[in-house]
Design a protein around this ligand. Structure first.
Ligand SMILES: Cc1cc2nc3c(=O)[nH]c(=O)nc-3n(C[C@H](O)[C@H](O)[C@H](O)COP(=O)(O)OP(=O)(O)OC[C@H]3O[C@@H](n4cnc5c(N)ncnc54)[C@H](O)[C@@H]3O)c2cc1C
Length: 447
């Protein structure tokens, strides 16, 4: 049986691997010249850099077992389990665990978290104890409650939200505690506690392509056909059933027939492809919520901004920028820092010139750091990417979509379809796994 996977991000690659493993003849298409999707490495004449710094969490079991299967887990460099938080007023907070067993480890970090006073640390511990005892049915009731509402109802306060839950929620989902579903974040925390795995890591090389490359090699070695620089324009659907995909190569319009088509692309791209694919029955799909536009700006600075080898998270609510600074990757020397600024952009920011965006992010960074970075790094290398990514965050049940569509043979895979996980690489791999299971079931594959 023939399957086409549209999209070569970590989700599409994972889906293609799952389908190859059950005996499908798989072709994978990506419109970019490089695989990896949002987590891809860009090669420009002046620099090489990821579209955004990507962390792998140790408790992301589905993502980690995919990497292990393809021998890509060796590419991860695990960072010590500590983080530096930076507030908009430039006050810094250290969150680091003592080497204790089980839940005591997390408790030790909270007990020493200096951005909260003693009484708020006790309240935070109390909130984690409540999370741990929540039953599944209680959790699902929390889907349409925000994290902020849950924290306030359960003995927390505004200080705990702004110094702890808000930066964490933004770093995971790009949504603040007043927007994200309580269930999504609590399930994430409970996952760490249950598995007792708290480390997070990044690609040893500092570039996510070193993790993506082994997945591609796994597919090629098993005969998967991979087409890059090839955009799928539409799907051919007759009588409510998929027949194949249409694309244009450098010479002509082409058609590839398929029994199964998986769209492992963003909701905006799903809408675009389906809009070009005339068929009855597509109405339910073309109205998908396309999500929040996010502008990602990376600055590689030949200056060590962090006090230690550490990842620093900061949130400046002024421009809704989430900032990550690291010099932990071995690719960046001791004297370099990579600053990734993620801006939930407004419509007018999307149309700003490169210079205007650079100025906004530098002003914001300087106000967070409390000193003029431009003076300090006058001779530094700075680059920026004005990469607009549309991000649909499955923050609430209303924004979660099933893998299976009402068109026979057409499936969706992507972090926005994934149950109750925050969107991210694990959610993409999880979605790909559930997608493959549904295909196996529908096509009665025994493998
Ligand atoms: C700045 C930033 C930082 C992030 N950091 C983290 C992190 O630290 N940890 C984490 O777990 N997650 C992180 N994420 C989220 C993570 O990147 C995504 O969840 C994940 O990469 C999505 O993978 P995907 O395969 O589902 O989709 P995508 O990566 O969006 O892949 C879709 C692919 O489809 C291709 N495509 C689209 N349309 C077509 C078409 N018509 N024809 C052919 N190909 C097409 C695209 O080119 C793309 O390659 C981050 C996201 C951003 C934006």
């Amino acid at each position: 049986m023939r399957a086409v996977v549209v999209g070569g991000g970590i989700g599409g690659l994972s889906c293609a691997i799952g389908l190859m493993d059950c005996g499908f003849d798989v072709s994978l298409f990506d419109k970019n010249n490089k695989l990896g999707g949002v987590a891809r490495t860009l090669h420009n004449t002046d620099y090489i850099c990821d579209t955004g710094l990507h962390y792998f969490f140790e408790h992301y079991t589905e993502c980690m077992s995919l990497l292990k299967k393809c021998n890509a887990d060796k590419e991860i460099f695990w960072i010590e389990d500590r983080m530096l938080f930076m507030r908009a007023d430039s006050k810094k907070g250290m969150y680091s665990h003592l080497p204790l067993p089980g839940a005591l480890r997390g408790a030790s970090a909270i007990a020493r978290f200096n951005l909260l006073n003693f009484s708020d640390r006790l309240k935070l511990l109390g909130l984690f104890a409540k999370m741990a005892f929540l039953k599944d049915e209680q959790l699902s009731e929390m889907d349409n409650k925000t994290l902020e509402e849950w924290v306030l109802e359960n003995g927390g306060n505004a200080e705990i939200i702004s110094n702890y839950f808000d930066p964490i929620s933004r770093s995971l989902t790009f949504m603040g505690a007043s927007e994200i579903s309580a269930q999504t974040i609590i399930v994430w925390f409970n996952g760490i506690r249950k598995q007792n795995k708290i480390r997070f890591g990044i690609a040893v090389s500092g570039l996510s392509e070193s993790v993506i490359e082994p997945l591609k090699n796994y597919l090629l070695s098993r005969g998967c056909k991979i087409y890059t620089g090839c955009e799928i324009k539409s799907i051919t659907i007759n009588d409510g059933k998929v027949h194949g995909v249409n694309f244009k190569d450098s010479f002509e319009q082409r058609f590839i027939d398929a029994d199964v088509v998986v769209l492992a692309v963003s909701p905006a791209q799903v809408n675009k492809i389906l809009r070009n694919s005339p068929t009855a029955g597509k109405q339910s799909l073309i109205q998908m919520d396309e999500g929040t536009p996010v502008i990602v700006v990376n600055l590689l600075l030949s200056s060590n901004l962090t006090d230690e080898k550490i990842v620093m998270f900061g949130v400046n609510t002024c421009f809704n920028i989430f900032m990550e600074i690291t010099n932990v990757s071995r690719n960046y020397s001791e004297n370099h820092s990579l600053v990734t600024l993620i801006m939930n952009s407004t419509e007018d920011q999307l149309h700003m010139s490169e210079g205007e965006i650079q100025s906004i992010v530098l002003n914001d960074l300087e106000s967070s750091l409390g000193y003029s970075i431009r003076e300090k790094i006058a001779d530094c290398e700075i680059f920026r990417l004005n990469d607009v990514v549309t991000k649909q965050v499955p923050g609430h049940s209303r924004s979660r979509v099933d893998n299976k569509t009402d068109i026979e043979g057409l499936y969706l895979s992507g972090d926005y379809t994934a149950g109750i996980q925050p969107s991210g690489m694990n959610a993409s791999v999880h979605s790909a796994n559930t997608c493959v299971l549904k295909i196996k079931n529908d096509f009665r594959v025994v493998a």
